[in-house]
Design a protein around this ligand. Structure first.
Ligand code: HEM
Length: 246
């Protein structure tokens, strides 16, 4: 993963040969699974690890929602159907990728420290202007949550500021960015809290990188510090790819 403007990547918490993401409904299940994996891979060196959680995790219209450390609900901009999720996230046969990669996905992980103390000094209205949605997901121009706002009718950004997160991340409401986000919150104590931002895409340049570039200079930038993470590839289900690689 390259270093983007404003990043302060710590090599000890970035990159690595293999990413293992263990998720479950309870901490105990995760701990148990991690222990077993570590036992079974004693000759592997753990480069970095981080614990995450999804506060108030719930499903709504096919989308997984959760509340991030800035008190905002995340997940609305994700696709609501399996078909659209696959379309954005999975490598297609006509992309010029090797056959074993088709049906797999590029995963971006970014450990983003959030300046929650600074953020909490702002009023809720100021925070909502920075995100471009209300905390509960409603649009600032009054458009219902599950419908698309009309940014073109607000060219000066009077209702939804031009430098707000959603307006920069997804300006063209008919062509949403081809990424599927699935982030976790983290809390390492001593005020080190933030997001383990994670997203899946079939193409890194058209997906994460295009959005990340548009977000340069967003109003939220001063509250974020990316300190680690990396780019990984999630192989397709089944073991065809193992056969192809060995
Ligand atoms: C790390 C700090 C971040 C925070 C606190 C944050 C927060 C949010 C929130 C509250 C929303 C609105 C609800 C939703 O649609 O999920 C949102 C939307 C979105 N974010 Fe982020 N985000 C962060 C980082 C990023 C990054 C690094 C990217 C990609 C480079 C990104 C891409 C998007 C996209 C594509 C949307 C959907 C926009 C839409 O379709 O309306 N976000 N984010």
């Amino acid at each position: 993963m390259p270093s983007f403007p404003g990043d302060l990547l710590d090599g000890a918490h970035s990159h690595g040969d293999v990413l293992l993401q263990v998720a479950a409904h309870s901490k105990a299940s995760v701990r148990q699974a991690v222990e077993r994996v570590l036992e079974a891979s004693a000759d592997w060196r753990v480069r970095w690890r981080i614990d995450g959680f999804r506060a108030d995790g719930r499903a709504d219209g096919g989308r997984a929602l959760s509340r991030n450390p800035f008190h905002f609900t995340e997940g609305f901009g994700n696709p609501g159907s399996e078909r659209e999720t696959a379309d954005r996230a999975l490598v297609r046969a006509d992309q010029g990728e090797p056959a074993w990669a088709v049906g797999g996905s590029y995963q971006v992980v970014r450990i983003v420290r959030l300046a929650t103390e600074l953020w909490d000094k702002d009023s809720v209205e100021e925070q909502e202007d920075i995100i471009g949605r209300r905390r509960d997901g409603r649009w600032l121009d009054g458009t219902p949550i599950r419908e698309e706002p009309n940014f073109a009718a607000d060219p000066a950004g009077k209702l939804t500021p031009l430098d707000s997160h959603v307006r920069l991340a997804a300006p063209d409401r008919r062509n949403p960015p081809p990424i599927v986000r699935r982030s976790y919150s983290y809390d390492r104590g001593d005020g080190d809290t933030g997001l383990i931002f994670s997203c899946f895409q079939r193409d890194l340049a058209k997906g994460f990188e295009a959005v990340q570039k548009r977000l340069e200079g967003e109003a939220m930038a001063k509250y974020l510090l990316t300190t680690g993470g990396g780019y990984y590839f999630v192989p397709p289900p089944g073991d065809e790819w193992i056969k192809a690689l060995t």
